[in-house]
Design a protein around this ligand. Structure first.
Ligand code: GDP
Ligand code: IMO
Ligand code: MG
Length: 432
């Protein structure tokens, strides 16, 4: 038995989906614990590509149970579309999916408020995915959220919806000067969606605890990344949940003593989607080249991702915040074209040097990265599966990251396919 958290150590899109899909072979349950369909996790299996938003990346493997934990913000419409899309492609979602009855629902007014409030922010907009994530978590914290379990109590659901609409419609009409929502039609719409969702609802905290006691192995699949965490990320340019390791506990109802390992996924360079500081960003041709070679376009919104060099200040910070026990380094092949590779070792802010990640947004916005230039390998690493086959310079690059971050690199991804992976240390013990 081994319970492992896999999470993003940067600003998201590190390749978590590929890694979770790969490691699912050795796991029994795969659990999403925070975020919602703002996530886009890509799995490539042969010629086929799947992009999952809400359903855990273990779903392609028969015989495994996928769980949507209580920490998720669940848009019923998005979930139904994802289930139907998978079914069309021959992947059945039935008994193999369990959804916490305590998940907070994302309703159409959350999406509308997300979009309107972004418009109002003007140049200080966050660049959200427009999926209603923030407003749904606002309601959760304000204790007016509607939970998945409420769908099985139509009277209570209707009362809550009616009360919330008074507030939401006031916001929509008076503050945003937009259309409000009609109670009757919204009630009917969500109740119809509820019929599809109810069969999946369960006490997932209890389920996971029982599974763990039976000796099952559980994979916790993070969404977004540590620097987008609402507490530890580049606030306010973050998402509205805890993408770091703590979220795996509060978002599932599992205690910390049940976690064996915390693995951070990081690219061999850095990307970010949306607004906010990004010290090592390359806005010129070098960033453009990384975007092209890495196909850095959002899996959820299709937006071009901002690209830049590897930032060891940021990843070392993620190692500390999450208590990382191992690093999974992805997309090393994207750097194959470079003769030398700049890597960031610290920030200069005004006259001061920083080797720890600053908390204040203004410091980060003014941070000038200090670079070291490492030799590139300038040959292909695409699809390499054995450490010995990596060029010496690529090995040195990986060892440099390991030293800077202070955590061992246990897997290296050399392509988007499952098989394009080097495993240095098997995350699950050999006996399993
Ligand atoms: P996630 O949100 O962390 O699951 O990552 P995304 O799926 O949004 O973005 C990662 C992208 O990189 C996807 O298109 C993957 O197929 C792709 N990918 C993952 N690992 C590698 C790799 O090692 N090399 C290359 N070239 N692509 C990769
Ligand atoms: P995965 O799981 C990268 C970013 C958005 C925006 C900020 C807030 O695929 O790594 P939100 O809609 O969450 O309120 O937007 O967070 N963001 C992501 N960036 N990968 C993601 O997910 C993201 N999910 C949200 O671009 O900057
Ligand atoms: Mg993604």
């Amino acid at each position: 038995m081994s319970n492992i958290i896999i999470l993003g150590a940067q600003w998201g899109d590190e390749g978590k989906g590929k890694i979770v899909d790969l490691l699912t072979e050795r796991a029994d349950c795969i659990v999403r614990y925070q975020g919602g369909h703002n996530a886009g996790h890509t799995l490539v299996v042969g010629e086929e590509k799947f992009v999952l938003h809400l359903i855990p990346a273990g779903i392609l493997h028969p015989g495994k149970t996928c769980v949507i934990g209580n920490g998720i913000a669940l848009d019923p419409q998005a979930l139904i579309e994802e289930i139907d899309d998978l079914a069309q492609r021959g992947i059945q979602v039935g008994e193999n999916l369990k959804i916490s009855d305590s998940c907070h629902l994302i309703l159409p007014y959350h999406r509308a408020i997300d979009k309107e409030s972004e418009k109002q922010k003007g140049t200080r907009r966050i660049g959200t995915t427009g999926r209603g994530i923030g407003p749904a978590y606002v309601d959760k914290m304000a204790r007016i959220g509607i939970r998945a379990g409420d769908l099985s109590h139509p009277k209570i659901f209707r009362e809550k919806l009616s009360q919330n609409l008074q507030e939401m419609n006031y916001l929509m009409e008076k503050l945003f000067r937009a259309h409000g929502f009609d109670l009757e039609s919204l009630y009917a719409e969500v109740m119809t969606q509820g019929e599809r969702i109810l069969p999946y609802l369960a006490d997932t905290s209890l389920y996971l605890w029982e599974e763990a006691r039976k000796g099952s192995s559980i994979l916790f699949e993070g969404a977004q990344g540590t620097l987008l965490d609402v507490d530890h990320g580049t606030y306010p340019f973050v998402t509205s949940s805890n993408a770091s390791a703590g979220g795996a506990l509060t978002g599932t109802g599992i205690g910390p003593t049940m976690i064996d390992k915390v693995l951070g996924v990081t690219k061999a360079y850095t990307t970010r989607v949306g607004s906010g500081p990004f010290p090592t960003e390359q806005t010129g041709p070098e960033g453009e080249r990384l975007r092209e070679r890495g196909q850095e376009f959002g899996a959820t919104t299709g937006r071009a991702r901002r690209c830049g060099w590897f930032d060891s200040v940021a990843v070392r910070y993620a190692a500390r915040i999450n208590g990382l026990t191992g690093i999974i380094l992805t997309k090393i092949d994207v750097l194959d074209h470079l003769k030398t590779i700049p890597v960031c070792t610290g920030y200069r802010i005004g006259t001061r040097m920083f080797t720890e990640f600053p908390h204040h947004i203004e410091d980060l916005e003014n941070a000038k990265p200090v670079y070291e230039a490492l030799p590139g390998w300038n040959k292909t690493t695409r699809g390499i599966r054995r450490w010995e086959e990596l060029p010496k310079e690529a090995q040195d690059y990986i060892r440099w990251i390991e030293r800077q971050v202070g955590v061992p690199v246990i897997m290296i991804s050399t392509g988007s396919e499952r098989s394009e992976t080097i495993t240095l240390q098997e995350p699950f013990p050999a006996s399993e």
